[in-house]
Design a protein around this ligand. Sequence first.
Ligand code: SF4
Ligand code: SF4
Length: 384
Amino acid sequence: MTGEATTAVLGTDGMAALIRALTARGRTVIGPTVRDGAIVLAELTDGAELPYGWGVELAAGHYRVRPRADGAAFAHSAGPQSWKTYLHPQRERQWSADRAADGAWVVSEEAAPPPAYAFLGVRPCDLRAIAVQDRVLAGGPHADSRYRARRERAFLVVVECTEPGATCFCASMGTGPAADGGYDLALTEVVDAGGHRFWARAGSDEGASVLAELPHLPDDPALATGARDLVAAAAGRMGRTMPETDLQALMRETLHADRWNDVAARCLTCGNCTMACPTCFCTSAEDVTDLTGDHAERWRRWESCFDLEFSHLPGGPVRASGRSRYRQWATHKLGTWYDQFGSSGCVGCGRCIVWCPVGIDITEEAHALHTERAAGGAPGEEGR
Ligand code: SF4
Ligand code: SF4
């Protein structure tokens, strides 16, 4: 990195200045704000739009915003969206085609350059989720060029977690609550007798350059120590844990467990968990035409492995039962993802637990499978 300052202490005016500085650099700033009874991700143009004084109350199938007396802006987790909403949008036109006067079809690919985003408030677990999607969508011989373009232009401001939610388990997955690189700026929010401050560190040249433009508070060596202590304490206050075992082996060795029947009896196969999950990436293509028949478009949209048609082959769906579809999702996340992409497909954000309408909890299911395996329970029959 350049010789510019790589650490600084910011106040809330510094946060507002950060949004202005990123906007002045031509970036679309996306960050958390309170809207429709939730802390959502949306475009920010002013520091006052951050959710100062709002936290969340989380449980399986339960989410409520609640006021906080300390005025913190980043004491929340597991909102309904993740950054994939912007990097890998729910619907995206791939190309359009128009019939020319001579009857030939002229195909146009989407030419508009993707926005240069600045993501403000990326959690360490979500930073890992972005890295997971990078491996899937930007790596290998079949990279998604539009994802890669959005990703390469994105400026990431990570905010470490000091207030884990009741459904968080990033510490179990080794993905948080501290950030260890892969960002342009990292912040840790501290609200104490010294005031409302952010300990900021640059992780890239552009991060250092942006940081140098912001108004700084006086340096305070005790702030860095206090911030690290808060993050370390957060690791010990996670609301959930995964069983301490090799999860890949657990998934492989419980494929025929009775527990899959139990969860299948509760699962609605609605696909909410896959929509909320920051690493799920599956899509389908849809072709549409207008009424004249002279214009056609191909759109890509998110798809869910819980959809009956997801595994449709000649003869019907391969995974016709809810049991097989939940098992596919969980064993892919926690097991076969390692075979495909070299990491877990779960980063422990807890969104699938919060946003499941019937409160199915992937950590509870993993613990139940672990218990059933340990007890040597009779494996169920395939497809029961
Ligand atoms: S686990 Fe929950 S969110 Fe996921 S498909 Fe089943 S009911 Fe829907
Ligand atoms: S599986 Fe659930 S907890 Fe894991 S990354 Fe996806 S939404 Fe988060």
